[in-house]
Design a protein around this ligand. Structure first.
Ligand code: GAL
Length: 672
């Protein structure tokens, strides 16, 4: 995608959700559209799971009911995001094409009665998916109510990797294109280890379950292959639609859910980025996880506005404990997404399902009906978003980038790593959380991106780093950037082979340090470092560092590396490279980050606890989205007009506990 998305033809902020009319009678449809209007809904996604009712047997189509729904929505001024139903092929499809079923890594052939696509590599599936997408595009592609296409649903879940014979055949072809020769493949995978040398392409299998750990380079490539195959399914449907419709095409991502899709690559293929996000109930500060997902979604789309395709009005139904949202939380969540670049706020789903696996999932129209808290808040949110049309198209600016590299995560998540306590999610969250509390807005980026616009780049979990990407980071520092690298980074190259020169060697120019040995700690063990005379507890990991130019800023005082350097700072060219070789506690990390901010020329925003403030820059105005997640009243300094209330704010905005405001204010200059 370019950073100018093709926005669907819709006024203001998009508001609505997934709508499943196939689960209800035509009388209910009429009630639905009346209530949608009451709630200010202007966009619904339909048809996502309707394949069995649209193609009733192979090649036999019945669009009559969908025609009626489309006309009803159109007559009521509600725009349509038309789904292709290919995430849930009908029973007849699997009966006719049993070979198109997915086979798991353990050899289990997936059954029917749930959802989940067929084998991404089965020709029958590809043909059937393109056929139904084509028929839909021919029929509705120019309909005035259809403003957006929603291909499939969340590619990569519930099935991503497939080990069927179709997949294995395609995998060999993919490998031949990637490596050209078996010699190159043998070298890249390091097949001399455990005698895996290949002499015939036909002998190269998928990395299915085996007696012991399977070659990690082979598994990493299988993850890449799976991502490629899923994307090819998307592209085939997208192109089938484009042949008959000029409306933008999207597919709903799952940023931050690790569904096997490299969203940097996917974002280039869609006309507009959209994302689904659900809070983790176990996370008591779910708004921080939400912010990570929203910032990641904006970043993969090159900073352009995006659509929140799904979130929940209250509880979901698939977590161990499905905690309901409390009053005001749905609006706060929605405005956090909006503040971080979403110009569409949609939900799963419009009306709660009475039957099936998701009947305990909340909805815009809950089982309790319209005399309910959720419904009243849904109507209120629709009214609020209706006042925010001016915000649309404005952009978020960030001075800090955190590296987010899906391929590195795939590699790191394989077996037999030094410690199961080392998690990329956990490290990213720790650094992001510090920045969130300091009111510093973050973009995510790949290590190979142009990072020159950022004052600070953080690599909390860059296990895999190619020499080329490492050189990019070295150059970033040389040119004046501040780089902070956390432990277990730059360990392996793009084939999951340890870098020549040892762990971290490619970043030695920027960091002035190399890692001689990893020193993972026992479960529950703690150590400590001395940071400017303060003892900071650390756990999980320490390292034996070899300092080759850096200044030592903290030393281990307890744990396996006691007496050795722990945190270093290196002047390289016009910039600075920090290395943090352990996991300090939150207060310790805050202290270290204070010093890093000073190098980067960043100033924390001094916000009251639990208050989130994000700025969107428009052509004529800026918009400050301020959210008080805490229970107590809080104030922030800002001038302008509160678009939600119409009140003029002179100098100080007071937010009662749990509330949010969107202030139109004077435009600020942004450096890039
Ligand atoms: C999403 C999915 C929806 C629905 C929802 C429930 O991941 O796309 O179809 O299942 O979860 O939270």
């Amino acid at each position: 995608m370019t950073s100018t998305p093709r926005w669907p033809d819709i006024d203001g902020i998009a508001y609505g959700g997934d709508y499943s009319p196939e689960q209800w009678s035509p009388e209910t449809w009429r009630e639905d559209v009346a209530l949608m209007r009451e709630a200010g809904v202007n966009l619904v996604s339909i048809g996502i799971f309707s394949w069995a009712l649209l193609e009733t047997s192979e090649g036999v189509f019945d669009f009559s009911w969908l025609d009626e729904v489309v006309e009803l929505l159109h007559a009521n001024g509600i725009r349509i995001d038309m789904g292709t139903p290919t995430a849930s092929p009908p029973a007849w499809f699997f009966a006719n094409h049993p070979d198109a079923r997915v086979i798991t890594r353990d050899g289990v052939v997936m059954g029917f009665g749930s959802r989940g696509m067929a084998s991404h590599s089965a020709p029958a599936y590809r043909e059937a998916a393109v056929r139904i997408a084509t028929e839909l595009a021919k029929r509705y592609g120019q309909h005035p109510a259809v403003v957006l296409w929603h291909v499939h649903n969340e590619f990569g879940v519930p099935v991503g990797e497939d080990y069927s014979p179709h997949a294995v055949r395609e995998w060999r072809l993919w490998l031949q294109r990637r490596y050209g020769s078996l010699d190159a493949l043998n070298k890249a995978w390091g097949t001399a280890f455990w005698g895996q040398h290949y002499t015939d392409w036909e002998h190269v299998g998928a990395p299915a379950a085996a007696p012991s750990t399977v070659n990690p380079a082979q598994r990493l490539d299988y993850a890449r292959f799976t991502d490629h195959q899923l994307r090819a399914c998307f592209i085939a449907e997208r192109d089938a639609i484009r042949a008959h419709s000029d409306r933008p095409v999207t597919t709903n991502f799952m940023a931050n859910q690790h569904n096997g899709c490299d969203l940097w690559a996917w974002a280039r293929e869609v006309d507009i980025v959209s994302d689904d996000h659900y809070l983790w109930a176990a996370d008591e500060e779910g708004e921080i996880g939400l912010a990570i997902a929203a910032d990641l979604t904006r970043s993969v789309g090159g900073g352009a506005p995006w659509i929140l395709m799904e979130h929940s009005t209250s509880a979901v139904n698939w977590q161990p404990r499905n905690v309901a949202k409390r009053p005001g939380e749905m609006a706060r969540n929605s405005l956090s997404h909006l503040g971080r670049g979403a110009d569409g706020i949609l939900f799963f789903q419009w009306r709660a399902s009475r039957s099936g696996a998701e009947k305990f999932h909340s909805a815009m129209l809950p089982h309790a009906g319209t005399d309910s808290r959720v419904w009243r808040e849904v109507v209120d949110l629709g009214a609020k978003l209706g006042r925010l049309g001016d915000v649309r198209g404005s952009r978020v600016h960030a001075d800090v980038a955190i590296l987010w590299d899906f391929e590195s995560f795939w590699a790191q998540d394989l077996e037999w790593r030094p410690s199961e306590d080392v998690s990329h999610d956990e490290r990213i969250r720790a650094y992001y959380e510090r920045l969130w509390r300091d009111g510093i807005t973050v973009d995510f980026a790949l290590p190979g991106h142009d990072l020159s616009g950022y004052k600070l780049v953080i690599a909390p979990a860059q296990y895999m780093l190619s020499r080329t990407d490492a050189d990019n980071l070295n150059r970033y520092v040389e040119a004046g950037g501040t780089l902070l690298v956390s432990f277990f980074s730059a360990v392996v190259d793009e084939h999951d082979a340890v870098h020549e020169g040892g762990f971290g060697a490619p970043l030695e120019p920027a960091l002035g340090v190399r890692v001689e040995e990893h020193l993972p700690m026992r479960e529950g063990a703690t150590g400590a470092i001395d940071w400017n005379g303060t003892v900071v507890p650390v756990d999980v990991w320490q390292e034996d560092l070899v300092v080759t130019g850096a200044e030592v800023r903290a030393t281990y005082v307890a744990g396996p590396a006691a007496g050795e350097p722990a945190v270093t700072r290196h002047a390289h060219g016009a910039g600075t490279g920090w290395y943090v070789s352990t996991r300090p506690d939150a207060a310790g990390l805050a202290a270290i980050m204070g010093a890093v901010y000073a190098d980067a020329g960043l100033a924390p925003a001094q916000l009251p606890a639990g208050v989130e403030v994000i700025r969107r820059h428009g052509e004529h105005h800026d918009f400050v989205v301020a959210i008080n997640h805490g229970p107590d009243a809080a104030s922030i300094a800002v001038d302008g007009v509160d678009l939600l209330t119409g009140d003029e704010i002179k100098g100080m905005l007071n937010l009662t506990g749990g509330t949010a405001a969107v202030i139109r204010t004077e435009a600020q200059h942004t450096p890039h």
